[in-house]
Design a protein around this ligand. Structure first.
Ligand code: GAP
Length: 495
């Protein structure tokens, strides 16, 4: 049950998940603050991602780089010259419009961040005309999306807030290979803030000006594109595939196994196949509905200049199918650019072949935290008419609070004492909260609305036999369990 985006943003503000930033001064479009519940949910998403993508793998290590870097990084990466949003101006009525929004409305393709030349080619190729007067457009002009700042008091010290975390990984590539025991194939991961001066931020958290990314650059030896040691794990895994060809032929996406997609050359490399499945599985493991996920291949005209092949993991957001995560094959473009611009040797000595190589980024899984946050919330949001309240069915691993504990009534000191005895040790292990105000029904409803998977009630029977009730958020079923078994019960629920 997908709520609409206004409903979600109102809900997020009301419950303390997300607020408009600096609202007392009128706010700032594209900037959001996370409230007490939002920060927990966001931290849980990042922790789950880091656990699965870094800590539980032998082939990926993490870094945490700076937001402001030497500006030469962004010259080398091409962001200074071409990280622009294109503006279209009508040759006759002079109406100005944002090219990617205009093209997306007309052709249903995402062209955000493409160079101006490519935008103009798309406009020409599809004979797109001004929406107001039907005339042709002038050549598009660019607006650079990077935020500028000054470092120190000196003149000419312009630097940029990073528009993606990826480049910091490339710039640190040599230091990571020199100081850690990674051997190709391996990945370097990073979670951190990114900033883009979006011309028109929209759809709540979907397109913001300040956001976070969870990115991996996965490096392989250039001759190993066809050899992914993990692909057998996913051969029978099924994905909803929407290839470039299907889009061009106006076909619908098709469910198929990875084996089928590889045999038919729909997905070109086993590495891409593996990572598409891996990322899909991660969302599934945290409660996503597979009907709301699909893999869409970029059309040639959508692909960034550095990308050999790109697939987006798309989610059926309340405002339509949109990119949740991008997975591009960036080849050796970035390392080679940094070699050229820095003059440093960023090649890697491969022990197996006893030769120096510039590794290829065969896949860059790049996930925005805000988009994951929004998708998990949309997925979890249930307006339960029978209960008369929202039930936020978040996966217990993501839920801000894992448990709520209630003394049945608040005016009986012996009950409060018993409940505190149970509450205090649990608080040291789990994010649990205490609620003793209002009727039990009201307390259950409050807990449901913020996604608490289990509520424990301490009643008069607890004083006699040390048992409590545990109530399940999704079924509302209650069970009596021994107070001594609560930790095990909760561990089972959360994991
Ligand atoms: N390093 C590659 C890269 O940054 P991208 O497609 O521009 O690629 C990757 O961004 C992901 O970052 C997107 O799939 C999305 O989840 C997130 N993202 C990008 N721009 C965003 C914005 N303005 N607001 C929120 N999330 C954004």
């Amino acid at each position: 049950m997908n709520p609409n985006i206004e409903e979600l943003s109102v809900f997020c503000k009301k419950k303390g998940f997300v607020y408009p930033s600096s609202e007392i001064y009128g706010g700032m479009s594209g900037f959001f603050d996370y409230g007490p519940l939002g920060v927990e949910l966001k931290n849980n998403i990042k922790a789950e991602w880091w656990k699965t993508h870094v800590q539980q793998r032998d082939d990926i290590v993490g870094i945490d780089g700076t937001i402001i870097t030497n500006p030469k990084i962004w010259e080398a990466s091409g962001h200074v010259s071409s990280f622009t949003d294109a503006i279209l101006e009508c040759s006759k009525c002079k109406n100005k419009t944002r090219a990617d929004h205009f093209i997306e409305d007309k052709l249903k393709i995402d062209t955000a961040g493409l160079p101006l030349q490519q935008i103009d080619e798309i406009i020409r190729h599809h004979k797109l005309k001004c929406g107001k007067c039907g005339s042709t457009f002038n050549e598009s002009t660019g607006f650079n999306l990077m935020f500028k700042t000054n470092v120190g008091p000196a003149e000419g010290s312009t630097a940029y807030l990073r528009p993606e975390t990826a480049q910091v990984i490339f710039a640190d590539f040599k230091q990571v290979t020199d100081t850690s025991r990674v051997r190709l194939p391996f990945g370097i991961a990073q979670i951190g803030k990114a900033f883009r001066n979006e011309i028109s931020p929209r759809d709540f958290l979907f397109r913001c000006r300040e956001f976070e990314q969870m990115e991996i650059e996965y490096f392989i030896r250039p001759d190993q594109t066809g050899k992914c040691p993990y692909v057998d794990e996913v051969m029978d895994y099924e994905l909803s595939i929407y290839s470039a060809e299907m889009q061009e032929k106006k076909k619908e996406p098709k469910a198929m196994t990875i084996r089928e997609a590889l045999e038919n050359r729909i997905i070109k490399t086993p590495w891409h196949a593996y990572w598409l499945s891996h990322e899909h599985k991660w969302f599934m493991s945290l409660g996503m509905n597979p009907a709301h996920l699909r893999m869409r291949q970029h059309l040639d005209e959508e692909k960034s200049h550095y990308a050999l092949d790109t697939w987006d993991l798309e989610y059926k957001f309340p405002f339509g199918w949109k990119e949740l995560q991008g997975m591009a094959n960036r080849t050796d473009f970035d390392l080679k650019q940094h070699i050229k611009h820095s003059g440093k040797d960023l090649s890697y000595f491969d022990e197996e072949t006893k030769s120096k190589v510039v590794p290829h980024v065969v896949v860059e899984p790049s996930q925005g935290v805000e988009r994951a946050f929004l998708a998990f919330l949309a997925e979890a949001f249930h307006d339960d008419k029978e209960r008369g309240n929202i039930v936020l069915k978040l996966h217990p691993k993501l839920a801000p609070y894992k448990v709520a504990l209630f003394p049945l009534v608040s005016n009986k000191p012996e009950l409060t004492k018993k409940a505190r005895e149970i509450y205090e040790p649990l608080k040291k292990e789990l994010n649990i909260y205490w609620d003793s105000s209002g009727s039990i029904g009201r307390r259950y409803a409050r807990a449901d609305e913020i996604g608490v998977p289990a509520c424990i009630t301490v009643d008069f029977q607890t004083i006699e036999d040390s048992t409590v009730t545990i109530r399940d958020r999704d079924t509302t079923k209650q069970r009596r369990v021994k107070a001594g078994d609560i930790k095990d019960e909760l561990r089972r629920i959360v994991n």
